[in-house]
Structure formats: C-alpha cells, structure tokens
Design a binder for this molecule. Structure first.
Ligand code: SF4
Length: 308
C-alpha cells in the first residue's frame, strides 16, 4: 500500500503522535510486510461481480474505489487500497451491481465502502446512491468512510444532498481511532451528515500506541456519542501484513473493555469483536465478567481459532 496523507491530516499529525502513527510508514511495517494474511476476511473469494462482495447472503459490500483521503497503515484492505486504477469503478459497474441485486431480492442491505467512497467524484456518488436505492428489495444503505476525520472538506453539498434524497435509512459508519480526531471541522461534517438525515455510527480498531488505554477510549466513545455518532464496533487489529506492530496484547484489550463496560453509558459502549480469520464473521469477545476460555474461540462455521 502506498503512503498518502491529506493536508488536513498533516496538520493534526504535527501536534498529535497518536495520529502520526496511524499514517506514517514505519520501519516496523516494512519489517512485518512478509507476515500475516493479505485477505483475512476472504473477500476476494466472495466477489460475485466486479467490485461487489456477497459473503452473508442478506447484505452486500460494494467497493466504490481503492482510493482514500489518507492511507491508514493498519488497513485491513491494504491488498487493494491505493491501487486506484485496479479499483476504479464506473457507472457500468454500478449497473451490474443493480442487475445482481435485482436477481437476488434476498439481499436487503448495501454497504458502500472501498477505499473511501466519499473520495469519488460527486457524479459517481450520486449515481451509485440513486441506482442502488432504487430497488424495492433494498431496505438499508450503509456508507463506510473516514473522510470526516481525514479530509472533511471532501464531504460536498452534492454528496450530502444525494444522501438526503435516499428514501431508505442511510447509515454512515465513520472510522475514528482517537479523541484528537474530533476537531471543530470534523464535528461540522458530522452535523452536516445528521442534517442530511444520515444515522451515524463509528468503527474503531484497537491500535498499540494510539488508543490502547482506558482513558483514551473512554474519551473517544463519550465524545462520539455526544456529537451524535453511536459507537458500534471496536475490532481487534486484523493480522494483515505490515500491521503486526499495531496489535495490542489481547488480555489488555479485554481489561480495558471490561473497565469501559463498567463506567460508560451503554449508548457509548461499542461491541468488541474479532473478525474470524476465515472470513466467517465478527465474533464478540467475552469480558472479564465471565470465566471464559480466552485462548481460543469458535467461529460461526464451528471452526476453532487460537487468539493471535
Ligand atoms: S480509510 Fe479505511 S479503507 Fe482507507 S486506508 Fe484507512 S482503513 Fe483502509
């Protein structure tokens, strides 16, 4: 994956180490490149038409682009992200997605992701939202993005209007890692999305040296819920190549989450999960309230995995 930052994120990196670590190429990443699994979620095996992944039957993932405003060094899709030409989607691709959905009415939910779908041009974003939401069988549209954190100015009024025009609920999942990412400009962007009628939730990855302490996550989740973003998932960092140095000790993660469960309002507490390495789904991690076996777990397909 190439390196890239935005002017905006550069301005935050200067004063916040936790943000710099997320975007700056490190010697640890280079040393770890040969380790791990490039596609731990097994997405490539479930691509039903170019750019569309159907792993679960009732929901599909649409990869709108391989570009992001800035590239996170721990990205789960680093095998694709930054290869902009290979990931380029046009209206022809979107028409094929719509044809597939018309033939599969059991799919109720479309998740528009990438890369970052809010980096595509306004025409393409409008087209995708209009066409995908035109199907009666689709009950929910989701958009996964980090633009409110990495380049809030990319949230144009045309994109907001496109969201506002969708009849179905539009859930926008915003990737946050640290409370320093909740700046005045990010809050403005969040407010614009809320005004456009979007329902907002967050996703976070546990990252060593970035957010692996109680107070940082307490502040992050509290501030998110207070600006209208519901904390949804916190993930154990996937074992992708180059990201090993970000993985936090598992017992430490569980201790932090147990303490957060005690003290946070329930609305601010996200589900803590491990994405099973064979792509079978997100497995909730038990907290210290239970005497559970925490060395291994069984995924949705009944397969046993050790914690890594
Ligand atoms: S914004 Fe998302 S898709 Fe892009 S590099 Fe970061 S984690 Fe990966």
């Amino acid at each position: 994956m190439l390196t890239k930052t935005s002017e905006y994120i550069e301005s935050l990196m200067v004063c916040e180490e936790a943000i710099r670590r997320q975007f700056e190429l490190s010697e640890y990443e280079i040393a770890d490149e040969a380790q791990g699994d490039a596609d731990p979620l097994r997405e490539s095996e479930h691509m039903v038409v170019p750019g569309m992944i159907n792993k679960y039957g009732n929901r599909v993932l649409c990869l709108m682009t391989a570009e992001c405003a800035a590239y996170c060094r721990f990205c789960t899709r680093r095998r694709l992200v930054s290869d902009i030409e290979r990931g380029r989607i046009n209206t022809g691709h979107i028409d094929r997605w719509v044809d597939y959905l018309a033939q599969h009415p059991e799919v109720r939910e479309v998740i528009i992701s990438g890369g970052d779908p809010l980096t595509v041009d306004d025409d393409l974003f409008e087209y995708a939202l209009r066409e995908l939401s035109s199907l009666d069988s689709i009950g929910i549209i989701r958009v996964g993005t980090r633009v409110p954190v990495t380049a809030p100015d990319l949230m144009t009024s045309r994109k907001l209007d496109a969201i506002a025009r969708v009849e179905q609920p539009v859930y926008v999942g915003i990737h946050f890692e640290h409370p320093s990412e909740i700046t005045r400009r990010t809050v403005r962007c969040v407010k614009d999305l809320l005004a456009a009628g979007a329902i907002l939730y967050s996703q976070t990855v546990f990252l060593k040296g970035v957010n692996d302490d109680y107070q940082t996550l307490y502040d992050l989740f509290t501030e998110l819920v207070e600006i209208g973003v519901r904390p949804y998932y916190i993930y154990r960092c996937d074992p992708v190549p180059g990201a090993g140095h970000f993985r936090v000790d598992f017992d430490k993660e569980r201790r932090i989450m147990t303490q957060l469960r005690r003290n946070l309002t329930g609305l601010a507490f996200p589900t803590y999960v491990i994405d099973a390495p064979d792509g079978s789904g997100k497995i909730p991690v038990p907290l210290d309230f239970w005497n559970a076996d925490t060395d291994s777990y069984t995924d949705f397909d009944g397969k046993k995995h050790s914690i890594i």
